[in-house]
Ligand binder design. Sequence first.
Ligand SMILES: Cc1cc2nc3c(=O)[nH]c(=O)nc-3n(C[C@H](O)[C@H](O)[C@H](O)COP(=O)(O)OP(=O)(O)OC[C@H]3O[C@@H](n4cnc5c(N)ncnc54)[C@H](O)[C@@H]3O)c2cc1C
Length: 290
Amino acid sequence: MIDFQYHNPGSLQEAFELLDRHGEDARIMAGGTALVLQMKQRLSQPDHVVGLRRIPDLANVKWEGDGQARIGSMATHQQIETDPSVKGRLPLLASTFSQASTPRIRSMATLGGGLAHGDPNQDPPPALIALDAQAVISSSSGERVVPVEDLFVDYFETDLQPGEIMTGIIIPPLPAGSGGVYLKFLPKTVDDYATVSVAALVTKGEGNTCQDVRIVLGAVDVTPVRATDAEAVLRGKSLDEKNIHDCGEAVRDAVDPLDDFRGSASYKRDMAEVFTRRAVQQAIAASQRA
Ligand SMILES: Cc1cc2nc3c(=O)[nH]c(=O)nc-3n(C[C@H](O)[C@H](O)[C@H](O)COP(=O)(O)OP(=O)(O)OC[C@H]3O[C@@H](n4cnc5c(N)ncnc54)[C@H](O)[C@@H]3O)c2cc1C
């Protein structure tokens, strides 16, 4: 392990000052599950590590009067997975966080750390994009709000700038008649990263029509992929077998998977189609229960 100085600020202001003072030599640490590995492998060699654990209120889950959720960036995966209010109001989110890795990792890894890590194989980003979540990003010069959909720029690269801390996310209330699901295709072991993953959120309209739909895939490109052409196949149309079939097919052109030990690019493209269809069917079933 490399030598570094660990800072444990007690406020956001103090953390911003440390990040501004040490610039490129400083890295933020949340749960440490990714950063510590990077430091051990010397992929990251900061002289200063700024921990966020002592900063108050960064792990809170709050609900506004209109049903909007505000979840602090230091909320752990386990906290989100088990929070009764999240399970009740945003079951898609609770279920997604319960599928990430092992209990040991979920008890340490945080919402903000995962998003800032920018790994396209992670589980939370597709579900958060399907839920139209926004990231709240703060620095000594103020606060900005970025749709999670726009946060991922490239492989392990996000829109976060030096000196910025993600303080939380905002999720708007779900329209009535909405149901969502996150499916993770894991042909090897349950604690692996996804070979392909899909989050689908369907809002049913009159009769069997699709009022709205959001479909987002993970592990099929260098960033999470919102399959807007596949969504257009269903939006405003009947939720029948043919349209669901065509929706799955439309995903094939939206993804650009990498060949790796989890499967070839063409296998992952096939699985993206199959899992999109399954996710849409299960989201429709969930919308009927909503
Ligand atoms: C063996 C293993 C298996 C895993 N499997 C999965 C899986 O299947 N699915 C899954 O979704 N995840 C999985 N994870 C977790 C995932 O890969 C990341 O390790 C985790 O999400 C990072 O969260 P963290 O809080 O530990 O971040 P850290 O390691 O503390 O930080 C990660 C990065 O984000 C930056 N950062 C942290 N917090 C902030 C913030 N608030 N604002 C700005 N920048 C910040 C850090 O500087 C660092 O660059 C796995 C991890 C391990 C070690």
